[in-house]
Design a protein around this ligand. Structure first.
Ligand SMILES: [Zn+2]
Length: 807
């Protein structure tokens, strides 16, 4: 009973605070100071009698995890970010690039490039051509390091240079890459890094820049603040000290807004507040793998970069030969499913982390909170660098200003490489070539720009050109020459009766194309792609390279149960000339051909009848795989069968080989429409898509991963598939719908595999146990009445706020 009065007292206090806050908010919740009439901005924005675009201010709060915004809402002591978000727009989160560390991400944000293209691939790496190390070890990390000043490391075109090049002004306060020793590529206004400059001083400089008269005023200002990253590393993301720093930076934002308001700038400037990455707790003495225990001579045989803390380790053998890589990797592979070692070309393609000489030859894909060190370590309770698919690595995005929508909406997560195009649009300059997709963030804007210059990249190749006979049936190319040529691989019976399934009338073939390629034939600028149609699937076959480019099929609802006909018996395709298909030559030339298998792109088991399953065993449906990939491919077949059986709607599969990198792979796009009747009639917002690029010849850990882990590791975006295959997909969708689909992230769908890795202990789960232990007791009647009063005051606040919002 002794506790009851305490609770009651606490409640009275709560009620009083809530009421006080509600009145405080009643005045503060208005967005009127942001949503100013744009005619008021005209004097500020006018230049030579014309109204220019508002200046763009981008503030980076290092290490501000996306869910810190929720923690800020719980404390309510400062009112910066939440006020901005309420009167502007925010994202559920912003997805950083891999590795999820400071420099690569800050430079990706301002260039729109993946690290493999902008050169800052990590905090520690070696450039063999320069013969030099870029080195910012975690201990003694310094933004004044000479590496950060040397322009040779910084490739690509940051937004400030794009702007400068196009005759406008730009500014940056400590943004990584902005204070390099290159007066041409530096912003017009910049400062040499000095971490001791107080945040407030930085903010007053920004205000001064914003008040410069035209045309001296910068169109872009980048501002960098080091917190809450430092406190997250030193204390772990759950620490109250992080809460302090969240409030500290929020207070700085509040001061910035107040100062802008006092100077009549608020509502006339576009503001983006973002972060580079999130932060996760690092368990002490747990989940640490010591390379020394696996490879005895690792200290002398390889350079291990970022291996002090071990969150983003990479290995470069001293003798970087295939043999030496294999020796090192063979001692590490398959020991632990949470520590996956890769040849860099096999590394999950969604990271775009291979095509740079600065990327080490052996990479690790670590589960979150896992680390790889050499022997001894630098331990810190908080860290980041892991796969960007983990919610704890997710970053912040909040925007407000005349160009942004101002309904307080929360849009889906997006990738930070998309920002560069948007910032160029806001600054009214032409973007340099980059990895973003034009239009991907136009839904953040108050007015959608009318034109998408990047629209349809390709025209559709619709070729059904093999000749018809006088009855309108297809004439086969199969002839004696072809039968004689058939190599050992294609030993299947070429009894002409087996090919009857390919004898389709032209009109039926066209119907089948509509069924199996419901989003339109993939567009390409390649010539020589022929479309081969059969009842259960359609092949886009490249007769110049002699390989299938893609296979597309809508999974039949009546697939065959029997496995009788499924003994592989590959045969020549009667629809193509001998010279059109290269499979025999390819395998003859391949030194490893004895260890290769042929896999069907369309699974014969998915045929709608036993007779039609014979259509699937043609050379044009075959692709080489390594024996270890067979297990995964069979499991994927089983998953598709099961998925199709369990879902009411129709499933479409688009699959083909990827040959644009030294690591051959298969792309796989699974799309699903819940409408049980027709795929084509699918509303675009109902369309659910998941895509993968699966390495078929993994160097290491070939078959020791579970299929689920394998699939999850190799998830990609549709855009990645387009880039890797050279095809423009979903061509029948309107441009806007297509961009909507593209921007749906790999996190949005779970058709074949749940993209969300198993959760780690987060702040959310702590709050839950906290609530359980402090459950409110309603036993005491006096206390109960306080509780009811409290409830009413909360409702009253809500009503008041709504009224206020309506006004
Ligand atoms: Zn950072």
């Amino acid at each position: 009973m002794g506790a009851a009065p305490t609770y009651c007292a606490l409640f009275s206090l709560l009620v009083a605070t809530n009421l006080a806050l509600s009145f405080h908010r009643a005045t503060d919740d208005s967005c009127s100071e942001f949503h100013v009439d744009q005619t008021q901005c005209q004097p500020y924005l006018s230049l030579n009698g014309e109204t220019t675009k508002p200046p763009l201010l981008v503030v980076s709060l290092d290490g501000f995890r996306s869910d810190y915004l929720g923690r800020l809402a719980e404390t309510s002591k400062t009112n910066g970010l939440l006020r901005l978000a309420r009167c502007g727009v925010k994202a559920a989160s912003m997805i950083p690039v891999f590795p999820t560390v400071t420099l690569p991400n800050h430079y990706s944000i301002v260039t729109g490039l993946y690290p493999e293209s902008h050169g800052i691939v990590a905090h520690e790496f070696y450039d063999p051509e320069l013969g030099r190390n870029f080195s910012l070890p975690a201990a003694g990390f310094s933004f004044s390091d000479s590496n950060l000043l040397d322009p040779v490391w910084w490739i690509g075109e940051p937004i400030w240079y794009t702007i400068k090049r196009q005759g406008k002004k730009s500014a940056a306060f400590f943004w990584p890459g902005s204070y390099i020793d290159d007066s041409v590529r530096r912003p017009d206004y910049w400062l040499p890094y000095d971490g001791k400059v107080p945040f407030q001083q930085r903010i007053s400089q920004v205000i001064d820049w914003l008040q410069l008269p035209q045309p001296k005023r910068p169109s872009f200002i980048g501002l960098y603040l080091e917190e809450p990253d430092g406190s997250g590393h030193n204390n772990g993301p759950l620490s109250p000290l992080v809460d302090e720093q969240i409030q500290n930076v929020d207070h700085q934002i509040e001061l910035l807004l107040n100062s802008m308001s006092a100077n009549g700038l608020l509502g006339c400037v576009d503001i983006i507040i973002l972060s580079d990455h999130g932060m996760a707790s690092v368990p002490l003495d747990e989940n640490v793998v010591k390379l020394e225990d696996m490879v005895k001579d690792i200290r002398s045989s390889a350079y291990c970069f970022d291996c002090a803390e071990g969150l983003t380790p990479t290995l470069l053998p001293v003798d970087d030969s295939q043999r030496e890589r294999d020796r090192i990797a063979s001692n590490v592979e398959c020991r632990n499913e949470d520590v996956r070692i890769y040849d860099k070309w096999d590394f999950p393609r969604r990271h775009h982390y291979a095509d740079s000489r600065r990327i080490s030859s052996l990479l690790f894909d670590l589960s979150i909170q896992w680390r790889v060190i050499v022997g001894t370590e630098d331990y810190l309770p908080g860290g980041h660098g892991w796969d960007n698919i983990y919610p704890d690595m997710a970053a912040l995005f909040v925007a407000q200003g005349p160009s942004f929508r101002h309904d307080g909406a929360t849009v889906d997560s997006f990738y930070n490489i998309e920002l560069y195009n948007l910032m160029c649009l806001l600054a009214d300059v032409e973007p340099a070539p980059n990895n973003g997709t034009w239009g991907a963030l136009h839904h953040l804007l108050a007015k959608t720009p009318p034109e998408l210059p990047d629209g349809k990249d390709f025209v559709a190749a619709y070729i059904l050109d093999y000749p018809l006979n006088s009855q309108g049936q297809r004439v086969h190319y199969i002839d004696d020459q072809k039968r004689r040529r058939v190599c050992d691989l294609l030993s299947g019976n070429n009894d002409p009766r087996r090919n009857l399934g390919f004898n389709l009338t032209d009109s039926y073939a066209k119907q089948l194309v509509v069924l199996h390629v419901p989003w339109g034939l993939p567009g390409t600028n390649k010539s020589g792609v022929k479309v081969l149609v059969s009842s259960d699937f359609v092949i886009g076959f490249n007769v110049q390279d002699g390989i299938p480019s893609w296979v597309s099929y809508t999974v039949s609802k009546s697939i065959i149960e029997s496995n009788d006909s499924l003994i592989p018996s590959w045969r020549a395709d009667p629809r193509l000339r001998v010279s059109d298909v290269s499979i025999c030559d390819r395998l003859k030339e391949n030194p490893q051909s004895s260890s290769l298998l042929l896999a069907p792109l369309f699974f014969p088991r998915l045929s709608s009848s036993l007779r039609q399953s014979t259509d699937a065993w043609v050379e044009t449906n075959a692709i080489e795989i390594s024996p270890s990939f067979e297990k995964y491919w069979e499991d994927i077949e089983a998953m598709i069968v099961q998925l199709s059986a369990n879902l009411p709607g129709r499933l479409n599969i688009f699959v083909g080989p990827v040959r644009d990198s030294p690591s051959p792979a298969i792309f796989l796009v699974v799309s699903y429409c819940p409408d049980p009747v027709e795929l084509l009639a699918c509303f675009e917002n109902q369309l659910n898509v998941q895509s993968f690029i699966l390495p078929t010849h993994l160097h290491y850990s070939r078959d020791c991963l579970s299929t689920e882990r394998f699939l999850r590791s190799h998830l990609t975006t549709i855009r990645d598939v387009e880039r890797a295959s050279g095809f423009n997909l979903f061509q029948s969708l309107l441009n806007e719908a297509k961009v909507q689909l593209l921007r749906r992230t790999i996190l949005a769908s779970s058709l074949l595999v749940d993209p969300r890795p198993s959760p780690i202990q987060t702040f959310g789960s702590m709050t839950k146990s906290f609530r359980k232990n402090h459950a409110i007791r309603l036993g005491n009647p006096i206390c109960f009445s306080y509780w009811i009063f409290g409830l009413f005051s909360v409702i009253f606040t809500a009503v008041l706020n709504n009224l206020n919002a309506a006004v």
